[in-house]
Write a protein that binds this ligand. Structure first.
Ligand SMILES: C[S@@+](CC[C@H](N)C(=O)[O-])C[C@H]1O[C@@H](n2cnc3c(N)ncnc32)[C@H](O)[C@@H]1O
Length: 268
């Protein structure tokens, strides 16, 4: 479904996009999302959950800035983009080049509804689609008619693969995107991890997302590393997001996530 189709917003069930918005202090969520986050806060601690969300968001910002300013990337496909908030991908990318093109993709139709204001300029698009069916994104005219896949593109999967189950085969999904990318393209991935996370925190994350529209899957560091197969990890590799190209950006420090950026050196 694209923005042209009527949105079918799930009101009675929490969604990852709205829960994340609440954790970041946004306004685009409902009581059902606050109730789901209350479960997370009760078990894990409110500060820890909000810090995890913000650490992830800061990583996204630094990764986009690195890709646009240091790697010369002018095209971004932000998959599982979430609701618009402060410092979105297109705003950071356009600081390097106002002509940068960005496509946001999210399975939750509320993202397109709230993101319409972003479409005020014609260098940003929003598509409602499910990355578990990558062809629906890669063969979507709004995507491939807008981004030039013969030139480098950064595909962002920031805090989204923990909503993909092993049966849905995350490696297959990354490979589908990688196979369309030109050499010199990049991928950025962050992911909730069991490494360094207490049993209690793990149970808290699962309890919070138990009734959500997408399932939650925590992964070990080595499983997250495998998502970069076919790419060369740029320095400093797969690390805690706060340690990836750190800046004075107020990033909290948790041990709930890993994040990294990979470069596609050759056509795969
Ligand atoms: C935690 S938010 C992350 C938002 C943003 N990437 C960031 O890091 O700030 C995860 C987003 O992934 C989206 N998502 C989950 N499963 C998805 C899927 N199968 N296809 C596309 N988007 C998905 C959710 O709707 C949500 O907006």
């Amino acid at each position: 479904m694209t923005t042209e189709n009527a949105p079918n917003i799930p009101l009675g069930v929490p969604t990852a996009a709205r829960m994340y918005d609440e954790a970041l202090g946004g306004k685009d969520h409902f009581e059902v999302d606050r109730a789901a986050n209350a479960k997370l806060y009760q078990v894990i601690g409110e500060n820890r959950v909000r810090s995890t969300a913000l650490e992830n968001r800061r990583f996204l910002g630094r990764a986009v800035r690195y890709l646009s300013q240091e790697c010369g990337i002018r095209q971004f496909l932000d998959v599982g983009s979430g609701l618009p908030t402060a410092r979105n991908t297109h705003q950071i990318a356009k600081e390097a080049d106002p002509g940068s093109r960005v496509v946001y993709v999210d399975v939750d139709p509320i993202v397109a509804v709230h993101g319409r204001a972003l479409l005020a300029d014609n260098s940003t698009k929003i598509v409602t689609a499910d990355m578990r069916e990558p062809e629906n994104i890669l063969d979507n005219a709004q995507v491939n008619g807008f981004l030039d896949f013969s030139e480098p593109i950064a595909v962002l999967f920031v805090a989204v693969f923990h909503f993909v189950t092993p049966a849905e085969d995350p490696s297959r999904i990354v490979a589908a995107f990688r196979e369309r990318q030109a050499p010199g393209s990049y991928v950025a991935i962050s992911h909730l991890t069991t490494d360094g996370m207490s049993e209690k925190e793990q149970q808290g994350w699962y309890a919070g997302f138990a009734g959500a529209t997408v399932p939650l899957v925590l992964r070990e560091e080595k499983e997250i590393l495998r998502l970069f197969d076919g790419y060369e990890l740029v320095e400093p590799g797969l690390v805690r997001p706060c340690d990836w190209h750190p800046e004075d950006d107020g990033s909290p420090r948790t041990t709930s996530l890993f994040g990294g950026v990979g470069r596609l050196a050759r056509a795969s």
